[in-house]
Design a protein around this ligand. Structure first.
Ligand SMILES: [Zn+2]
Length: 343
């Protein structure tokens, strides 16, 4: 290994820390539970101990380039303050960066978790051949990230890329952010289960109702399994997920004209169930997409397929992520490498 850095993916459930070398090879990964209920000081202490252990283990083998940490929440990049985090309830206006740096006695780079996932997919995943990309992460919530010219586009305060909180239903479901009808309320795992429960309330004899009553962990994955078995109500829910994603992607494609948009997060494993509706919406709503769609667009995954493209110019690729839940780890580890290249 030539040089390495440490990437951290701080989730509401899992805290994962990895040493990654500058070629993108994962050297070692540690997974701990995030003990949210024991408070932020405890979480920070667990994280810093694990970072220290990993960096001590490899520091005599290769130079350490730094530490990057993906945090779920809104971060003020200038001050290193976590303004709020739905998964870490006591992290409100919390000077997380200062607390971490004080313990580790070194500088760290804090970033929003969806932004680091975008960076991971840009570095080693679905968008590795592109300098510019956007990513939507469909998990418990819906995160977004934008990479321009190889760097995360943070905006003026570090809060750019909140695509999950753009409106798809003006008078829709109340969102945790205070708005009604955010994408997150229709395309997250939480939303999929809610929409299924709403359908069950309308028809208690449906396949969904039977599945929910026999499955203690009735989840977005269970609803996907029903959808691929042909359950009409489950299919309708996933079509609606795709429709809402397509509406937001239409705005992104028209606004940004990027070469690639990547859909990741746990819900993206249901790609077959929702992606046809994304392409349907894009074709109907998005002028820039209509002019730039690859010739095989509606079929879905363009990641690996060689295809003959109609007409000259760049194509707009909409595709699923490749790195799964490791995208954030790789992206976080990448941040100190980019920072040290600038120095
Ligand atoms: Zn919202």
């Amino acid at each position: 290994m030539n040089k390495f850095s440490i990437g951290v993916d701080l989730g509401g459930t899992n805290l994962r820390i990895a040493a990654v070398d500058d070629q993108g090879a994962l050297v070692e990964k540690v997974t701990l539970g995030t003990k949210v209920s024991r408070g932020r000081d405890h979480v920070i202490a667990d994280m810093c101990d694990a970072i220290q252990r990993l960096s001590d283990k490899f520091k005599d083998t290769a130079p350490m380039m730094g530490i990057g940490i993906g945090v779920p929440g809104i971060i003020d990049m200038q001050t290193g303050l976590v303004r709020e985090s739905p998964n870490l309830p006591d992290w409100v206006d919390y000077p997380a960066r200062a607390a971490i740096e004080q313990r580790l006695k070194t500088v760290v780079i804090l970033e929003n978790d969806a932004n680091v996932a975008a960076m991971g997919e840009k570095w080693l995943g679905a968008a590795r051949d592109y300098a510019d990309m956007a990513m939507l992460t469909l998990g418990t919530g819906v995160g977004g990230g934008l990479v321009l010219g190889g760097a995360i586009w943070c905006g003026a305060n570090g809060m750019a890329g909140e695509f999950g909180h753009t409106t798809v239903e003006p008078d829709g479901q109340l969102c945790g952010c205070g708005n009604h009808g955010c994408l997150e309320q229709y395309a997250s795992a939480t939303a999929i289960v809610r929409m299924a429960r709403e359908a069950i309330a309308r028809d208690s004899n449906s396949g969904l109702a039977r599945a929910a009553s026999s499955d203690a962990e009735f989840s977005a994955k269970s609803i996907y399994n029903l959808a691929i078995q042909g359950d009409e109500e489950a299919r309708r829910i996933y079509r609606y997920v795709g429709r809402c994603l397509g509406i937001v992607l239409s705005t992104l494609v028209n606004s940004l004209n990027l070469p690639i948009y990547v859909i990741g997060g746990g819900v993206s494993s249901a790609w077959e169930a929702f992606s046809p509706s994304i392409f349907e919406e894009l074709r109907q709503r998005c002028m820039v997409y209509a002019a730039t769609a690859p010739s095989d667009a509606p079929a879905g995954n363009h990641g690996a397929s060689a295809h003959v493209e109609a007409g000259p110019g760049h194509k707009t690729i909409i595709t699923r992520a490749l790195l799964g839940s490791d995208a954030g780890l790789y992206g976080a580890a990448r941040l100190p490498m980019i920072a040290s290249a600038k120095r």
